[in-house]
Design a protein around this ligand. Structure first.
Ligand SMILES: Nc1nc2c(c(=O)[nH]1)N[C@H]1C(S)=C(S)[C@@H](COP(=O)(O)OP(=O)(O)OC[C@H]3O[C@@H](n4cnc5c(=O)[nH]c(N)nc54)[C@H](O)[C@@H]3O)O[C@H]1N2
Ligand SMILES: Nc1nc2c(c(=O)[nH]1)N[C@H]1C(S)=C(S)[C@@H](COP(=O)(O)OP(=O)(O)OC[C@H]3O[C@@H](n4cnc5c(=O)[nH]c(N)nc54)[C@H](O)[C@@H]3O)O[C@H]1N2
Ligand code: SF4
Ligand SMILES: [Mo]
Length: 756
């Protein structure tokens, strides 16, 4: 592979930060010019062994993108006015302006008048994650929103009720399974989610090579379904009913067996009773799945020693998101595949809590407060983003008057983007920490851009929690920080300090103190015998995310616990392993990790069970032919990354991707022709989209990708504007949520489609 490195060039080995797979990239830098020469796959990275998808190569284009912001921008002119001008300002002026306005609004109306929205890239960036929380604490608002509530929130709710921790995501043991049942995920394109598995396609190929079986349940014959042993088309939203039918068969045929889990599991009999109504025959009309297929899958799952059921975005962003997320785990538990090799297991995050249970046992952090307008429950300190627009645009003293966004583009990524746009235009103040002036951040009064992805160090703290093996890899800063730029942690701690009326250095000390308190010096912490002073001395005085990471690694399950000469991990040790460390496969963790109030695995939690009545009614309704009009689902493309990588020409070029996929029978019935345009209408909106006709769709279901709809006035994305597409979230309905979690329903949207 390797051509010799020219003199003055250096290879920096990092993780690609663009999706959950976090493949190993080697970035070649010309140290003379500090330019990125190439990005290639790191063959020595034990996680990805050289694999990269096309997006990683675009890290160079992203870095060089002239539209990427480097200096604070201030809008001159009215919010939402396409004629508004933008002016670069200095950091000090920007900080003073932002902190001043936020303080004014907080003083006049209280902290809850300021909402925050935190987007997906935050999860991939340690500085944003850690210091984003610090900033939000300093702000003191309860009105926190994030992309979680258009993504994995139902799984978090389910995990909190079943195991006592919102972050206890069971992860498919991909490399050791012999039977993978996938619902609502397309890892050949997404490269996996809540299942960090670099080179997912290679891992699936190896599953097949060892004689294993892949079954994909999806309304579309996706790229993953295409390579599967079996594609099972399902009516959108039908997953909970289908999974209940699997449970029904497991009980009926005497295949349900908790095995090792029985002594510490509650609720088995309740699940058995609930499943009675969901015979495969009873749900077939609603799901579109033949009873014989359901029975066969149930038998195969139970009959294969190493098998696992895995559900992802299609099972979460739908009307029965929490029920489906819960039932995936119920199926795994009853078929003997929860906490078993080759089944669904919990990794020990190298940067995670070092002891079991991961948090103090107690009730799930649920519904401790509710949203003002619709009364939606808080979860884990957040409110559902489907309610953000109405919290701004509904009159009342307690309305949201200002918004802070961090790495988010909710105009394109949350339901009813048009209403949100109008709401943003009506705010008193908005500030965005973002690298682009896009569909959302164009509404900000000030945009604060952090350093680019290659200009700061990183570590995937979140994805340590969901990796199919135990890995640890540090991404060193590849390029120097350019003059006059700020790292995200510097921006956020400066703002936090100004809000609290203290220097940023004090914010840093307080944050570190709080983290240390949970890590050392007291019984119940991972390092009870280490004093806080000793730990502080060993961590050094350099502020920033690296020091926090050092603490997390050292106090983590593989950590050196601050002991001299100890084998365990520290930042120094992980940094030394420039290609990353492989720390072995997942291991059984039940019952030790359970953090429920009862200390047991709660297989039938009351708030989840209460929603089964609604599912029963849906199944009943779907049996009658009426109400079986067209429904809309989404899809992803390998060269897209939600809404924000469309400005890199190397990725954006090629055939039009934002098309409405329609089954040939539906196209014929509706008079739609390939290459023609369709008018798509939902309760909340309407748009025009080019039509592609394909039998990869199941009849009755159409598909449009999300993340498009560029070219808005005031946005500065010159490449994306040329491949604008349409915003599919003009059709998704903010009134439709999964009632347990409040997660947005982005799939299974009733639409009318006609030729345009
Ligand atoms: N209809 C439909 N809607 C969906 C989905 C769907 O499947 N269908 N999927 C949902 C899912 S799973 C998700 S996660 C959400 C995503 O929703 P969001 O997180 O709101 O949207 P993204 O498109 O990820 O936008 C990321 C933003 O971060 C900025 N950014 C990128 N890198 C950085 C960085 O390093 N620092 C900073 N400060 N900013 C950065 C980008 O410029 C962009 O503004 O969308 C959801 N919306
Ligand atoms: N290339 C690329 N990779 C990405 C992203 C990206 O935008 N582009 N986004 C990243 C993010 S933020 C996330 S969260 C992950 C998501 O990763 P995945 O969970 O793999 O998501 P998708 O690729 O959207 O696949 C979802 C599938 O669910 C199907 N589906 C829709 N509705 C239903 C339903 O009701 N039931 C069932 N069973 N299936 C349904 C869709 O047809 C689609 O095939 O991908 C990540 N990786
Ligand atoms: S799959 Fe692609 S985008 Fe995701 S981490 Fe790997 S190279 Fe990056
Ligand atoms: Mo996501």
């Amino acid at each position: 592979m390797a051509r010799p490195l020219p003199a003055g060039h250096e290879l920096v080995h990092r993780s690609c930060p663009l999706c959950e797979a976090h493949c190993g990239v080697s970035v070649e830098v010309d140290r003379g010019s500090q330019a990125v020469v190439t990005v290639r796959g790191d063959e020595l990275d034990p996680r990805s062994r050289g694999y990269l998808c096309p997006k990683a190569y675009a890290l160079k284009g992203l870095h060089e993108d002239p539209d990427r912001l480097r200096r604070p921008l201030r809008r001159i002119g009215r919010r939402g006015d396409p004629e508004a001008r933008w002016q670069e300002i200095g950091w000090d002026e920007a900080f003073a302006l932002v902190a001043g306005r936020l303080r004014e609004i907080r003083d006049a109306h209280g902290a809850d008048a300021i909402a925050t929205y935190v987007g997906n890239p935050t999860a991939h960036d340690m500085g944003s994650l850690v210091y984003g929380q610090t900033f939000q604490r300093a702000l003191g608002t309860k009105w926190r929103f994030s992309a979680s509530s258009v993504d994995q929130l139902p799984k978090m709710v389910s995990s909190a009720f079943l195991y006592g921790s919102p972050l206890a995501f069971p992860v498919p043991d991909l490399d050791r399974t012999d039977y993978l049942l996938v619902l609502g995920a397309n890892p050949l394109v997404s490269n996996g989610s809540l299942c960090t598995a670099p080179d997912f396609p290679g891992r699936l190929a190896r599953l097949r090579e060892r004689g294993g079986k892949l079954v994909v349940v999806d309304p579309r014959r996706s790229e993953t379904a295409e390579v599967a042993d079996l594609w099972v088309p399902i009516r959108p939203g039908g997953d909970a009913a289908f999974l209940f039918a699997l449970v029904h068969v497991l009980f009926e045929e005497g295949l349900a067996d908790l095995g090792r889990l029985a002594p510490f599991t509650n609720g088995l009999e309740q699940v058995r009773t609930l499943a009675k109504d969901f015979a495969p025959e009873a749900v077939a009309a609603a799901t579109g799945i033949a009873p014989a297929t359901t029975r066969r899958i149930a038998r195969e799952l139970a009959g294969t020693e190493r098998a696992v059921c895995y559900g992802r975005i299609g099972t979460c962003t739908q009307s029965f998101g929490t029920l489906a997320s819960w039932l995936v785990d119920v199926v795994n538990a009853l078929s003997g595949h929860l906490d078993e090799p080759g089944g669904a297991m919990w990794p020990r995050a190298a940067s995670g809590p070092g002891s079991d249970p991961p948090r103090r046992p107690g009730p799930p952090p649920y519904a401790r407060w509710r949203s003002r307008v619709r009364g939606l429950p808080e979860f884990n300190g957040e409110l559902p983003v489907a309610t953000l627009a109405e919290e701004i645009d509904s009159a009342g003293d307690a309305r949201v008057r200002a918004l802070f966004t961090l790495a988010g583009n909710p105009v394109l990524s949350t339901p009813n983007g048009a209403r949100l746009e109008r709401a943003l235009a009506s705010l008193e103040f908005m500030v965005s920490v973002d690298i682009y002036r896009n569909e959302t951040t164009r509404f900000a009064d000030v945009i604060l851009p952090p350093t680019g992805h290659l200009e700061h160090s990183n570590y995937e703290v979140v994805f340590d929690l969901v990796s199919v093996r135990h890995w640890s890899k540090y991404s060193p800063q590849a390029l120097p920080k350019p003059e006059g730029t700020r790292h995200v942690w510097e921006i956020l701690s400066e703002l936090a300090g100004r809000l609290a009326g203290v220097p940023a250095a004090v914010v840093e000390q307080v944050m570190l103190g709080a983290l240390l308190k949970d890590a050392v010096g007291r019984p119940g912490t991972p390092c009870p015998d280490v004093s806080e002073a000793d730990a502080r001395a060993k961590l050094g005085d350099e502020p920033g995310p690296d020091r926090v990471l050092d603490l997390m690694l050292r106090a983590g399950p593989f950590g050196d616990r601050f002991a001299e000469g100890q084998e365990g991990l520290s930042l120094a040790r992980v940094r030394e392993a420039i290609h990353g460390l492989d720390l072995g496969p997942m291991e059984r963790r039940l019952p030790a990790m359970l953090a429920t109030e009862s200390g047991r695995l709660e297989l039938a939690p009351a708030p989840i069970v209460a929603d089964v009545t609604r599912l029963r009614a849906w199944v009943e309704r779907s049996r009658s032919p009426e109400g079986n009009g067209l429904v809309l689902v989404g899809r992803r493309h390998l060269r897209s990354n939600n809404s924000w990588m469309h400005n890199v020409q190397a990725l954006a070029k090629g055939p039009e991707r934002c098309t409405l996929l329609v089954h040939p029978d539906d196209a014929a019935r509706l008079g739609l022709a390939a290459g023609g345009r369709a008018r798509v209408r939902s309760r909340v909106g309407e748009l025009l989209a080019p039509v592609s006709v394909s039998d990869e769709m199941m009849p009755g279901v159409v598909s449009l990708p999300h993340g498009f709809g560029h070219g808005a006035p005031g946005a500065a994305l010159s490449v994306a504007a040329r491949h604008a597409g349409v915003n599919s979230n003009l059709l998704t309905d903010e009134a439709e949520i999964d009632p347990i979690s409040g997660n947005g329903v982005l799939s299974g949207i009733p639409v009318e489609v006609a030729p345009a």
